[in-house]
Design a protein around this ligand. Structure first.
Ligand code: UDP
Length: 482
């Protein structure tokens, strides 16, 4: 029997659905369209109800090996301080010995290792086994540029005393006002001690042979061009970028909650008439804000499908604690809300198969926390958005949606404190669902939808980027043992 000569790639995902979903889709894409063998390593966590379901419902193609790593217990290592990146990093680090032993066991070890944004400590393994190192950026190119620029920003300013300039001039990008990103305090990961855990990764990004970015040329044309300009000087080396996106789940793939009653409910609604509301895998709102959102929706008199979670004061609460526990919306939604809106609105506890919802013809707009995967999923389905960023790089994404892509209305402002009132919610919802502005946004979303589809096709630029990479991987010979 001839040994396979396909390149064998190891993809190491960090925990969390926002990381596991795109990494898994990248794996599937490489196996199905680019004749690559992939070993997909996924750490497990306490918050892995959805993750387990996702992996269990998967129809795995022959050359894709899913390697579920044994759960790790980090409770003795970090105090529960709610710092997400530090936790993800630790979980990955604690899982690395298991990754190593799996690779040692492999009869034909991988020659390429792809890490996501928060699993870059796996590069140590790549070095030991002489594998080529790549990064899969599950954020936008613009946010990646900003991250690569933070070491310089840290050199020039005193981050701890929050002396951050009023506008940021990230190489290759147009200047942005810090105000538009939620102000100094909210600037992505620059607040206080949080910067440390992200910095460790940023310096690793610079060590990658190249960065695969989940974006496409028509979406971020200036930034992608600016970033590949050799005259731009970075403090740390900027590896070559390959826009390979949008890599998202496809609606027909078996997914969590498929054939659920909410899809049947959507079947009975008029085309483009329903507002979808979801805050990603981790977003939660305070009790006051949940109340106000409910009343705003009711005032708007629009149809809606809302994924609700019990109120929490800490916004990304669901990211680090299991979703899927007891959740009775009648306990925390305003009195009588469910009865008054029945027939017009549908409230779903915890989780829906978002890609199936966004792909449904009855959806007219998406009120989103602006996670990058959610944005790509919305665009691929031509659905305009209302922005409600909560944490991480979501403020930056929200700004891009309104200012650069022209597909969204700003709802919750990045810089504001306190609760977004029901009247503002009502106005924004009507604007997108009923008025001329909504049509303009929808048309722009449709344009981006067609470029997204084109770029992933055989003649498209994102498809071409992946082909180029695979060609390089084909040239890497002998599987090397350390
Ligand atoms: N998602 C889903 N159902 C939900 C919430 C989230 O299927 O009820 C999926 C969503 O489609 C996306 C991912 O989970 O693929 C969330 O990633 P994103 O980057 O939007 O946000 P994050 O959760 O990382 O903040």
């Amino acid at each position: 029997i001839m040994e396979s000569s396909k390149p064998h790639v190891a993809i190491i995902s960090s925990p969390g659905m926002g990381h596991v979903i795109p990494c898994l889709e990248l794996a599937k894409c490489l196996v199905s369209y680019h004749d690559v063998e992939v070993s997909f390593f996924v750490p497990s966590t306490e918050a892995s109800v959805q993750q387990t379901q996702l992996l269990e419902s998967l129809v795995v193609p022959e050359d894709l090996h899913i390697i579920k790593l044994p759960p790790v217990d980090i409770s003795n290592i970090v105090p529960i301080n709610n710092e997400i990146v530090a936790r993800l990093t630790l979980i990955v680090q604690e899982s690395l010995p298991d990754v190593r032993s799996e690779i040692l066991k492999s009869p034909r070890p991988p020659t390429v290792l792809i890490s996501d944004m928060f699993s870059t400590h796996a590069f140590e393994i790549a070095d030991d086994f002489k594998m080529a190192k790549y990064l899969f950026c599950t954020f936008s190119a613009t946010v990646l540029a900003y991250m690569m620029y933070t070491p310089k920003l840290a050199q020039e300013t005193n981050i701890d005393s929050q002396e951050i300039p009023e506008s940021l001039n990230v190489p290759g990008c147009k200047p942005v006002l810090v105000q538009d990103l939620g102000g100094r305090d909210r600037l992505f990961h620059l607040n206080g001690g949080k910067v440390q855990s992200v910095f460790g990764h940023i310096y690793n990004y610079a060590k990658a042979s190249a960065i695969l970015v989940n974006t496409f040329e028509d979406l971020e044309p200036q930034t992608l061009q600016g970033l590949s300009d050799d005259n731009v000087r970075w403090t740390i080396p900027m590896p070559p970028l390959y826009p390979v996106g949008p890599i998202i789940k496809s609606a027909e793939s078996p997914s969590i909650g498929k054939s659920d009653y909410y899809l049947a409910w959507l079947d009975n609604q008029p085309s483009g008439s329903v507002l979808f509301i979801s805050f990603g895998s981790g977003g939660t709102l305070s009790a006051d804000q949940t109340n106000e959102l409910a009343l705003g929706l009711e005032l708007s008199k629009q149809r809606f499908l809302w994924v609700v979670r019990p109120p929490q004061d800490f916004t990304p609460a669901a990211y680090i604690s299991a979703v899927g526990g007891v959740n009775d919306p009648s306990e925390y939604l305003p009195d009588g809300f469910l009865t008054r809106t029945s027939g017009i609105g549908l409230v779903i506890p915890n989780w829906v198969s978002q890609i199936d919802v966004l792909n449904h013809g009855s959806i007219g707009a998406f009120l989103s926390h602006c996670g990058w995967n959610s944005i790509l999923e919305s665009l691929v389905n031509g659905v305009p958005l209302l922005t409600w960023p909560l944490y991480a790089e979501q403020h930056w994404n929200a700004m891009m949606l309104t200012q650069d892509f022209g597909v969204a209305v700003q709802l919750a402002k990045a810089s504001e404190e306190g609760v977004v009132g029901r009247e503002r919610i009502e106005r924004a919802v009507r604007l997108v669902m009923e008025e001329e502005e909504g049509k303009v946004l929808r048309n722009r979303a449709k344009e981006l939808k067609s470029s997204a589809i084109k770029t992933m096709g055989k003649d498209g630029s994102s498809y071409g980027s992946l082909s180029k990479l695979v060609k390089k991987w084909n040239e890497i010979s002998c599987p090397c043992k350390p």
